[in-house]
Design a protein around this ligand. Sequence first.
Ligand SMILES: [Zn+2]
Length: 469
Amino acid sequence: MSKVNWMDEVTKRKDDFIKDLQGLLQIKSVLDEEKATANAPLGQGIKDALQYMLDLGEKDGFTSKNVGNLAGHLEMGQGDELIGVLGHVDVVPEGDGWSMDPYGGIVKDGKIYARGSSDDKGPTIAAYYGMKIVKELGLPINKRVRLIIGTDEESDWRCVDHYFEHEEMPTTGFVPDADFPIIFAEKGIADFDIVQSPTAEQRTSIYELLSFESGRRYNMVPDHAKVEIKVQDEQVNIIQDFLAYLTQEKLEGDAIADNDMFILTLVGKSAHGAEPRNGINAGIYMARFLQNLDLDDAGKTYVTTVAEFNEKSRGEVFGIAYEDEDSGDLTINVGVMTYDQKNGGRIGLNMRYPVTFNIEDGKSKISSVLEEKGLMLDKYSDSKPTYVKKDDPLIKTLQKVYEEQTGEKADLLAIGGGTYARALDHGVAFGALFPGREDVMHQKDEYAIVDDLLLATAIYAQAIYELAK
Ligand SMILES: [Zn+2]
């Protein structure tokens, strides 16, 4: 059989590609639980986007299936093995500040603008056209290929949870919802709380910690902390000391007196929790200041526990520091801190662990370290790492295809973040953002470069063929 020129096949279909993508982009598929119905559990927009894809596939001759109005698939081919390609058609809200219609899909200067153009409607349509080209060329394949369409990627993944409860897990596959070339390793991600139960005070101290608050999200370095402190001795004024501490640490913040209470605020620097070293944790810096005061015992325990994480973002606090060659360091971000005298304290942590880390051992070490300190582990939840070995046939095939289509080397990436590829037992994130391109996902004026989407389509077409032949 003569060699297929994949890019030519894509170019022939360019007008249809843009038209079909625009149709999808024009559906405002934002989660809307207030308007949820039995037939549209995530809201009508999301339902319409899913239906749009199923209709498109049916029109083009694919077998389609709606799975609980939360996900669906389009399938072609025959055979025992199943190649899965997983994309999503829900989008985050458009937000403010757009210079054009966020649901217009307008093409201007080679870019197509809309919420979802790069995350993930553009890449999903690219994958769809990849499959369509293989089908229309009538190429011989001996496996089934399924484009699985999720609708809740941006929120709670109810789409893939439901889908894989009822449908077959693909033998292997890829996910066009991140970066090219290939993300072969994603760390495990665990969220959990350290809990300090409230206790009755045993002794009199100069200061009493009334409340401590910092951070809202486990996966972000908090940039703001606020505490309320009561002072027993009216001679004592904490303000000067706190301001001096801020100056010394080159931080912003404020201290105000309110009768016998002081309110201290401190401003840090936010960063993604995957690398706590990129931020300045306002809660930890606040705790470092407080730990040197004559605080009540419960308050002291709380701030000491928080302050212990200072410059220790590698699991040292629990004796679980670990790294491996493929995925790097274990990291722990202190994301959410809350304390008050009535309820006690909580410290919400986001841990990202390397793909070869033994999480069960790690978890029991954390528990025993906390137990020794009279603290508890609570609300543990875990998303397992995803990892495909470098010499796996899937990786080898995708590398070959990427290199043939782009002329660039297909480097393998390991990340601390999580992609949709975790939903597959055996799969990797593969595109569709090319190296060096601006990442505008979730931002105002989100766009995709049309030529990039077309190149991605050629890559996906060849990849689907090579995996299924
Ligand atoms: Zn996405």
